[in-house]
Structures are given as structure tokens and as C-alpha cells.
Design a protein around this ligand. Structure first.
Ligand code: SF4
Length: 235
């Protein structure tokens, strides 16, 4: 199933996805995101420091893909939700851009990046010697070749159970007290080697951080993750 609607590149007449669009009569669609992941809706890309979780402090190129239907009410990138607002970009271009920077790590995030087939993007990044990290809610099937998978499950659209065993890192955002139970439920699904993080939701940080500190001290399998990039005032 193709995923969304978009404007095709100018020379689209012979594009196989455009032909499919014509054949299947998707008349309401302006463009279809191809299943093979050769074009992706790119919201933004930038070189910065990973601010949170296990890879915090490392230089990394961020690739933010548009599109998300998880619907977290506290989401700080709501402008990512509508995939149509973000230009379909050749995967090759994205990988080439990532390769221009000295830090050879990429964080693929969103939105929800697993809405799309990420095999092609990660294959091209790895061919350039770039380490591939993903941040996902786990709500969609896993695709791509990853050096690090950060699973951040959201109550608004629970993760697929088949993703949890592949997570290198479980990062639970704590918005209220009930999120500790949510965190424990998901800690039972991941592998024994998976790193476990509790991270205060930014707007509730003053209220939740003291609770997280106490929780981690009493349950030391968990660690605290902070959004250090927001303290550093970097993207
Ligand atoms: Fe926002 Fe991420 Fe939640 Fe989607 S999954 S609504 S991008 S916080």
C-alpha cells in the first residue's frame, strides 16, 4: 500500500509510482510516496549534537521525516504530522547530504519515521560508513538496517509487540505518574541488554523530574534521560 499524497518531481511522467497512481485511479492524490523508500518526505535535516538517551552528547546528522498519526498531545514537533507539507526528497540526496559532515552518525526521526520503508535510506547511509540510529514510537513495522534503535512507546498509539525485542534503548517520556507503570510494562518486552531511560516531558519537567529521580534511585535498572539540547539551546 502506498502511503501518502505529494507532488511528483518535474519529470514524473515515466516515474513508476506515477504510473501506478494513474493505473489505480488514486485521483484524489497529487503524489504517492513510493513503497520502496527511494523518495521520503523530508521535513528538515541538520547537523547537531544528539541531546537525549544513550547517544547523548554525540555529534549526529538529524533527518526528520514528515508524517505522524500517533497524536501525542504534548508533541513538540506537531508541524511534522502532515506528511503532505514536506517535500518528497530522493533518498540518495538525503544520504549525500549526511555524508558532508564529519560526525558519521545519523539520527532518523520524525514524525514517525517507520511510516516509510527505510531500507534504502539506511543501506545508502551504511554504504558511506555512517552509523544509523532511529527514534521511533514503534507504531509501524520495522524497516531499515540500524546500529541503534531507540523505542519510545506512546500511549496514544501503542507500539507493535514485534519491535520491542530489537530495541537497543527504551525511552519512556514521563508526563504523569501513570507513565511509570507504562514504562515497566514495556521494559518487560525488550531484550535484557536494552538500556532503559525515563525522560521528563519538557513542559512537565519541574513536576516530574523529582519523581523520576526518586524512581530511578529505587529502581536502578532505569536511568534518567534529559533533553540536554534544549538546555544547550541547539536544535
Ligand atoms: Fe509527536 Fe513523536 Fe508523538 Fe508523533 S510520536 S505525535 S512526532 S511525539
Amino acid at each position: 500500500m502506498d502511503i501518502a499524497i505529494y507532488d511528483f518531481p518535474k519529470n514524473h511522467a515515466n516515474h513508476p509510482e506515477y504510473l501506478k497512481y494513474l493505473i489505480f485511479g488514486a485521483l484524489k492524490a497529487k503524489t504517492i510516496i513510493p513503497e520502496n523508500g527511494t523518495l521520503l518526505p523530508l521535513m528538515e535535516e541538520f547537523y547537531t549534537i544528539q541531546g537525549e538517551g544513550f547517544n547523548s552528547g554525540k555529534a549526529a546528522y538529524f533527518i526528520r521525516l514528515g508524517g505522524c498519526d500517533v497524536g501525542c498531545h504534548w508533541c513538540d514537533v506537531k508541524e511534522s504530522w502532515d506528511a503532505e507539507l514536506h517535500p518528497l526528497t530522493p533518498t540518495q540526496t538525503i544520504a549525500d547530504n549526511a555524508d558532508k559532515f564529519p560526525g558519521k552518525s545519523v539520527v532518523v526521526t520524525g514524525g514517525e519515521p517507520l511510516l516509510y520503508n527505510l531500507d534504502e535510506l539506511t543501506k545508502q547511509l551504511k554504504a558511506k560508513g555512517i552509523a544509523t540510529f532511529i527514534e521511533t514510537s514503534g507504531a509501524y513495522p520495522l524497516s531499515g538496517y540500524w546500529d541503534w534503535i531507540c523505542l519510545s512507546p506512546k500511549k496514544f498509539k501503542a507500539p507493535r509487540k514485534d519491535i520491542a525485542p530489537f530495541a537497543n534503548e527504551l525511552k519512556v517520556i514521563v508526563f504523569n505518574k501513570s507513565d511509570f507503570l507504562w514504562a515497566e510494562e514495556h521494559a518487560e518486552m525488550v531484550s535484557p541488554n536494552c538500556k532503559l531511560y525515563l525522560q521528563p516531558e519538557w513542559s512537565k519537567s519541574a513536576e516530574m523530574t523529582p519523581l523520576i529521580i526518586e524512581y530511578v534511585m529505587n529502581n536502578p535498572k532505569w536511568e534518567i534521560s534529559l533533553q540536554t539540547h534544549k538546555f544547550l539551546n541547539i536544535p
